[in-house]
Design a binder for this molecule. Structure first.
Ligand SMILES: Nc1ncnc2c1ncn2[C@@H]1O[C@H](COP(=O)(O)OP(=O)(O)OP(=O)(O)O)[C@@H](O)[C@H]1O
Ligand SMILES: [Mg+2]
Length: 485
């Protein structure tokens, strides 16, 4: 991130854009430019700008009108108007609408740079953001634990995107911290004191989902006895968090797309268009690209959501963070259970390091909580590591003792396959994809065998309507409390 600030130039004349880019580029500002109002708004949606240089005469929209929109939607960014006429009337108008200042073509370079510096200094949130970024750099993001390179990259990205209104997609396996990241982005954004509204669209029927999101007017359907505001209105000026966005039906996807694009919608049964200023964060643990390719997820929505993607690494790919996470959870659950100075024996930690954590940080958290509760002393020994965590290494083929009358080859093999799949599924925490990897077979092959042998998950399954997510859903794991027998 450039320390000097980022500037968006919106001007239809190529010459002007190029000349501004030249002057400002030399000064070290981070630059983007747009030739139309439409393009400018799109850039504003996609990036974070400290300042906008805005031509008053644009082909598709009056510059003053655009200024109004910028003031409303991106109050953090300062605006300097550019015009060919030196008109005090215009200057008055522009400052009334909230422009920082006003420059006329042709300009004096030194004066222009001075105006820009002043505007950047004045821009209130610019200052706040710098402070925020500094604080985050020094102290890190609260609650998101991790020192490894992969998680640090995620933290950097969060810090960078938090101040903007850009739509964010958080992708990662179950339990990797998607919701935690969404909350952190909200909490470190200028919207922090406005609502953070999570919604898990899971298995909600379309009607209910839509009235939940958009609200309804009295009489819209039989049970609509009063007009009700939807979550988009509740989240106005705040953040709405779509958990498991992959489970949203195609019909609702179209409506959602419209809200993301226009920031407006109608209540169910209503005629009035409601405008909101909502930041959208979505999370998914399924591969949306694949869903899109299979025609189950709208392409346009997919690209709208993919403006900025935060990819959370699975815990098995950042095992160096396990000791830190363990300490964090020991402190957390120690406090909850009035136990102090908790520590893990090196043997116990070794076991945790060796395990693959299909349920990721959440699974680790559950294991630690369980150990804290069960362990009598302050030092947690290896016995308090659950069996399924330690049972990850050596694999031994069973010894066969044949009965004198012999045995059906087919039956033994069938039985063996079935048990192998059951154990692997258990090791993989119920995640079929992972189990297939462990057995080095294709997920479809594994799935066929599961069906053929009618293998049922040992742990409870989460209620989940979507076909794709249901079988792969490692959230079915949670909470891992059942002792393997
Ligand atoms: N980096 C981290 N540091 C500390 N705690 C974490 C971290 N990542 C996840 N957690 C904790 O792990 C638990 C699971 O995280 P979270 O609910 O955010 O995951 P998720 O990706 O949304 O999972 P799911 O897909 O199952 O909904 C939470 O208690 C969260 O606080
Ligand atoms: Mg979640």
């Amino acid at each position: 991130m450039s320390a000097k600030g980022s500037i968006l130039i919106i001007d239809d004349e190529q010459e002007i854009r190029e000349s501004l880019e030249q002057i400002l580029g030399v000064e070290g500002y981070r630059l983007a430019s747009a030739a139309t109002a439409e393009e400018g708004l799109k850039k504003m949606d996609e990036g974070v700008f400290d300042l906008v240089l805005l031509d008053i005469n644009l082909p598709d929209r009056n510059g003053l009108e655009l200024l109004k929109i910028l003031r409303r939607d991106s109050p953090d960014a300062g605006v300097i108007m550019i015009t060919a006429y030196d008109s005090s009337q215009m200057a008055f108008q522009a400052s009334k609408e909230g422009a920082e200042s006003y420059i006329t073509k042709p300009w004096d370079n030194d004066k222009l740079l001075l105006e820009i510096r002043n505007a950047l200094d004045k821009s209130r949130l610019q200052v706040e953001n710098v402070q925020l970024r500094r604080a985050l750099k020094r102290y890190g993001l609260p609650n998101i634990i991790g020192k490894g390179e992969r998680i640090q990259r995620v933290l950097d990205l969060i810090t960078q995107v938090a101040p903007s209104r850009a739509t964010i997609l958080i992708a990662g396996e179950s339990g990797t911290g998607k919701e935690l990241v969404a909350k952190t982005i909200h909490a470190t954004s200028p919207r922090a004191d406005r609502p953070f509204v999570p919604i898990n669209t899971g298995s909600m029927p379309v009607d209910l989902l839509e009235s939940t999101l958009f609200g309804h007017v009295k009489g819209a359907f039989t049970s609509a006895i009063a007009t009700k505001r939807g979550l988009f209105e509740v989240a106005d000026q705040g953040t709405i968090f779509f958990d498991e966005i992959g489970t949203i039906g195609v019909e609702t996807q179209a409506k959602l797309l419209r809200v993301i694009q226009e920031r407006e919608f109608m209540r169910l049964g209503g005629v009035e268009t409601i405008k909101v200023d909502v930041r959208i964060i979505a999370a998914t643990n399924v591969d949306l690209r694949r869903m899109m390719e299979e025609g189950r997820f709208r392409e346009d929505l997919y690209y709208r959501l993919h403006v900025i993607t935060v990819q959370l690494p699975p815990l098995r790919d950042r095992k160096d963070d396990i000791p830190l996470l363990v300490q964090h959870f020991l402190d957390k659950y120690g406090r909850e259970n009035n136990k102090t100075d908790l520590e893990l024996s090196p043997e116990a930690l070794d076991l945790l390091q060796d395990y693959d954590w299909p349920g990721n940080v959440r699974e680790l958290e559950n294991v630690i909580e369980r150990a804290v509760v069960l362990s009598p002393g302050s030092r947690i020994e290896a016995d308090f590591v659950p069996d399924h965590v330690r049972r990850t290494r050596a694999f031994e083929l069973p010894q066969f003792v044949l009965p004198p009358e012999g045995i059906s080859f087919k039956e033994v093999i069938t039985d063996f396959e079935k048990r192998l799949i059951e154990s692997t599924l258990e090791t993989a925490g119920g995640v079929q994809k992972r189990a297939a990897e462990l057995l080095q077979i294709k997920p479809t092959t594994l799935n066929e065998m599961i069906k053929r042998y009618d293998i049922r998950p040992r742990r409870k399954k989460a209620a989940n309507g979507s076909g794709a997510a249901a079988t792969d859903d490692a959230s079915a794991l949670e909470p891992i409390v059942s002792e393997p027998d």
